[in-house]
Design a protein around this ligand. Structure first.
Ligand SMILES: [Zn+2]
Length: 232
């Protein structure tokens, strides 16, 4: 695409689904047979911390067993070769972008492989379990929770995301439903700043009308083809 220097890419559930990772489905409000209200809100954690910790302990092991797919691989290649600004904003809590080799990644909804200490605010990589209440490596308190942005909590680094959107020449949305704010508003933000917009998704999303172009299909087909165009 001519004249494109700064790119913001938003990735969502669709790209992880093709690596076998299930995420919250908006259609029935279930995530691995759990209601979102029971496992992904601060209220749920206060009410039944063991259920919530066990849920994320399981998610963590699924993530560690999953592998990046060609969509992750080619986005990592674009990140490595693109001279202009590039930011991959992901709604996903897995580390598949990083394992594919991408560096410019921002996890707006947190990371399953990170534990956050509610006593001292430190964050540490976590590949084990939190159900057994391990001590925080920094302060020793048994106060670790998944470093996940739950429903009702503020997504991470919104200032940095909006700054990148305001400078973007191209906004690309990959595998997201366009139903969950604030991410659903990113395309409007980018358009207002003058960016072109492209949607790569399995099906037409709620925000499709905002995109200059929509391509429908699996991310592992559409993303490699698009990256090829960008690096041509
Ligand atoms: Zn601590």
């Amino acid at each position: 695409m001519d004249g494109v220097r700064n790119i913001v890419i938003l990735t969502g559930a669709g790209i992880s689904a093709e690596s076998g990772l299930k995420t919250f489905r908006a259609e029935d409000g279930l995530w691995e047979d759990h209601r979102v209200e029971d496992v992904a809100t601060p209220q749920a954690f206060r009410r039944d911390p063991e259920l919530v910790q066990r849920f994320y302990d399981e998610r963590r092991q699924s993530i560690l067993a999953a592998e990046p797919n060609p969509a992750h691989d080619t986005l990592a290649r674009l990140d490595g070769e693109w001279d202009g600004e590039l930011l991959i904003v992901t709604q996903n809590i897995d580390d598949l972008h990083e394992r594919a080799g991408a560096k410019r990644v921002l996890h707006m909804h947190g990371e399953a492989l990170s534990a956050w200490c509610t006593a001292c605010d430190a964050r540490h990589r976590c590949t084990g379990t939190l159900l057994d209440r391990p001590p925080c490596p920094a302060c020793g308190a048994s106060a670790l929770r998944p470093d996940i942005v739950w429903f009702g909590e503020m997504p991470y680094e919104m200032d940095r995301i909006f700054a990148a959107l305001s400078r973007a020449d191209l906004f690309v949305s990959i595998g997201t439903s366009g139903a969950v704010y604030p991410a659903a508003g990113f395309v409007q933000q980018a358009k207002t700043a003058g960016a072109r917009s492209l949607e790569l998704n399995l099906e037409r999303s709620q925000g499709s009308a905002w995109f200059d172009e929509t391509r429908l299909g699996p991310a592992s087909d559409l993303v490699p083809a698009w990256v090829e165009e960008m690096l041509r």
